[in-house]
Ligand binder design. Structure first.
Ligand code: NAD
Ligand code: MG
Length: 376
């Protein structure tokens, strides 16, 4: 079982999670105050030019802190400020990043810095993967979701009208710097969305961690640094373990999608952006746990326990109706169209006993009963 680590101060040594991917290995550093300390970026290669990619919300909050940190390391530092929002995670916006890189005379050694949430991280990573066939980049995630999920694992992408994250690449950063102090300005709804992805790691991999989250949920929601440090570190460790075993999602990595199959149907069904991704995942986990129970894999107490925690995290536990005439049919249709489906067969991430996930199909009739009972 896990203990809360002591409060990391700006000057204290930071927690480090090593991502072991052979020559693409890198470290995630986690502490409060990392953006106040240029040493947070020790170990990066020297280069003439650094380019920070951020957005209109994060730039005024943390842009100058990052520039101050990097000033002694890079002779020229440019900042590209993108419009905020998932709506702008597209090819046109990505192209403005390429335009800036070209205009600033970037070369193969130039280093990109992704300063922001998962949208900025995914776009910057993809820009780095494409420019001159791949230049170094560093993740500086500033949302809870980005610190525990999107900045780890090397998936980068932009959206296309035909699908979310349709265009992308596997491309690993040189380093991930998680400054917990940046979470102080994150809206509560975004904090809750990040908590969904943290809770996710418990049922699929580590029930001790789930119990720790249950004990420390109020501290996490209140932004307690020691609690956040442990939650971010443990989440990154679990994701690192899973990704290390399956970098390109041949199999095991799919368990990280617990709650996501139902969640994606919710997001798409109500219209993207109406529910935050983490909100849909929270509710989707309750639905997936319910399906697991109906398949005889876990008991009702397990489902109730998860539902209680999701609700305490400030996340919805009752699914929305997404079609007046045929609600269950519409859910099934959306889940069949999901990128993770194979040949129209929905692959559910289910809990096969607490702390263990399994990926398998389920009978339509059972899935329909779960949707009917979980919906408003
Ligand atoms: P986001 O990047 O849109 O950030 C949420 C909001 O918070 C934005 O308005 C942002 O400007 C703002 N913000 C960011 N940091 C802030 C701060 N410190 N203080 C105040 N406001 C701040 O959303 P997200 O939840 O971080 O990421 C979602 C994206 O991540 C999606 O596009 C999703 O596809 C992607 N994602 C990728 C992976 C992966 O493995 N690559 C995994 C999960 C999610
Ligand atoms: Mg997710």
């Amino acid at each position: 079982s896990t203990a809360i680590p002591s409060v990391p101060a700006a000057t204290s040594p930071s927690a480090t999670v090593h991502i072991d991917l052979g020559e693409r290995s890198y470290d995630i550093t986690i502490a409060a105050g990392l953006l106040a300390d240029p040493a947070s970026f020790d170990g990066l290669p020297r280069a003439a030019v650094a380019v920070i990619v951020t957005n209109t919300t994060v730039e005024p909050l943390y842009g100058q802190r990052l520039r101050d940190c990097l000033a002694g390391r890079f002779p020229a530092i440019h900042t590209v400020v993108l419009p905020d929002g998932e709506d702008h995670k597209d090819w046109n916006t990505l192209n403005t990043v390429f335009d800036a890189l070209a205009a600033h005379g970037c070369d193969r050694k130039s280093v990109l810095f992704a300063l922001g949430g998962g949208v900025i991280g995914d776009m910057t990573g993809f820009a780095a993967a494409c420019f001159m066939r791949g230049i170094p980049f560093v993740q500086v995630p500033t949302t809870l979701l980005a610190q525990v999920d999107s900045s780890v694992g090397g998936k980068t992408a932009v959206n296309h009208p035909a699908g979310k994250n349709l265009l992308g690449a596997f491309y690993q950063p040189l380093q991930v710097v998680c400054d917990l102090s940046t979470l102080a300005t994150l809206p509560p709804r975004e904090m809750s969305a990040g908590l969904a992805e943290i809770i996710k790691y418990g049922p699929i991999h580590d029930m001790d961690f789930l119990a720790w989250i249950e004990t420390n949920l109020e501290a996490l929601r209140a932004g307690d640094t020691a609690a956040l440090a442990h939650a971010v570190r443990r989440s990154c460790e679990i994701k690192a373990e899973v990704v290390g075993a399956d970098e390109r999602e041949a199999g095991l990595r799919a368990i990280l999608n617990f709650g996501h199959t139902f969640g994606h149907a919710i997001e798409a069904g109500v219209g993207f952006g109406v529910w935050l991704h983490g909100e849909a995942v929270g509710c989707g986990m309750v639905m997936a746990a319910t399906l697991s129970q109906r398949l005889g894999l876990v008991d009702a107490a397990f489902v109730a326990r998860l539902r209680t925690l999701v609700e305490r995290a400030g996340l919805p536990v009752v699914a929305p109706r997404i079609d007046a005439a045929d609600n269950e049919g519409r859910y099934l249709e959306l889940m069949r169209g999901d990128k993770k489906s194979e040949g129209g067969e929905i692959r559910f991430v289910l809990i096969d006993g607490p702390g263990r996930a399994v990926v398998r199909p389920a009978p339509d009739a059972l899935v329909r009963s779960v949707i009917a009972d979980c919906c408003a």
